[in-house]
Design a protein around this ligand. Structure first.
Ligand code: PEP
Ligand code: MG
Length: 324
């Protein structure tokens, strides 16, 4: 079976009836680059820039960041690379910079932290833009957005960085800018956000956590965490529909993109860009190539009627069994 999966590397992730899915990878370690390419990743859908910060013994300098980012951008060129700005706080702590809060998941996270530390954010944006120069495959994505003014502030920093680099005689190309949809408020702001952004990526790990008010790392409630919860699925349908109306490119990069059961439903909803761990790409591609979208749409209609995730899991399990 594994050798069968390996043969899929250069084949498209396409259903029987021609629905094409682009499979990208989530990464943050240079060590992931070659597994990503070996497994046929069509780009990086989510580069978690906090990972190089975590493995460092202090905030990395602009040049240190530049060297790391450039290796990723170059390795994937001409495939797209979405680099996310620093996303610390919550479950992500830097060993050299402790953030102590009573309620870290509702606290100083992602864009909130970096907009309060503009020098740090500017340094990172400079490193990213410099690393992407001459390689128009770089895109920048912003985590934990819950307000329009955050997007505008980040865009202003990016414009400043481009101007500064230009004034310093360094050439710089403006990357596309996107936001993560992972705080429920962002769903309801999509229409207002659209003029300021080029794309969105749905982070279902945090989105499900915030929609369900469940910390999946808390053993007392983690059984309540499942992105197949009907409310989460319904939110995903809403996001997909709104982005379609707004003509806003959309991808999905939470763990559910690596779950075959979830992928069946995501395809039915129309998600056609998924980003996941490289080692799961062949399996997900196999599932996609062995289904038809028409069939999955019927499955989705049934799933929409279910009252809870266990009912939905049973349906998807039955479907997956028929695939082989
Ligand atoms: C997410 O929240 O779904 C996501 C992809 O971001 P992270 O897992 O890095 O928080
Ligand atoms: Mg997240």
């Amino acid at each position: 079976f594994n050798s069968q999966l390996a043969q899929l590397k250069d084949l498209p992730a396409e259903t029987d009836d021609g629905f094409h899915v682009t499979l990208l990878t989530n990464t943050g370690l240079l060590a992931d680059v070659s597994p990503g390419l070996v497994n046929g990743a069509e780009g990086v859908g989510l580069y978690r820039s906090e990972i190089p910060f975590m493995v460092h013994d202090g905030f990395p300098t602009e040049d240190e960041q530049y060297r790391v980012y450039k290796q990723v951008i170059d390795a994937y060129y001409p495939r797209p690379v979405s680099m996310r700005t620093l996303d610390i706080g919550g479950d992500k702590q830097l060993p050299y910079y402790e953030i102590k809060e009573e309620n870290p998941y509702l606290g100083w996270r992602g864009i909130r932290f970096t907009l309060d530390n503009t020098a740090l954010q500017i340094t990172q944006l400079r490193a990213m833009v410099r690393a992407g120069h001459g390689r128009e495959n770089l895109q920048i994505i912003v985590p934990m957005v819950s307000r329009i003014d955050e997007i505008k502030a980040l865009r202003a920093l990016l414009d400043q960085v481009l101007k500064d680099l230009h004034n310093e005689g360094k050439q710089a190309t403006a990357p596309k800018l996107g936001i993560m949809i992972e705080v429920p408020a962002a769903i309801l702001l999509l229409e207002k956000a659209a003029p300021y952004i080029d794309f969105v990526s749905v982070g279902t790990n945090d989105l499900a956590q915030y929609l369900l008010a469940v910390d999946r790392n808390n053993p007392k409630v983690s059984r309540l965490f499942d992105p197949l919860h009907p409310a989460v699925l319904s939110a995903l349908e809403m996001i997909q529909a709104r982005c379609k109306t707004l003509n806003l490119p959309i991808s999905l990069c939470g763990e559910m993109a690596a779950d075959p059961a979830a992928v069946l439903l995501l395809i039915a909803m129309g998600f056609d860009r998924l980003s996941l761990s490289a080692h799961r790409i062949p399996m997900i591609k196999w599932v996609i190539r062995n289904t038809s979208r028409k069939d999955l749409e019927k499955l989705l209609i049934k799933a929409q009627k279910a009252e809870d995730e266990s009912e939905i899991r049973r349906m998807t399990k039955r479907k997956l069994k028929t695939l082989g």
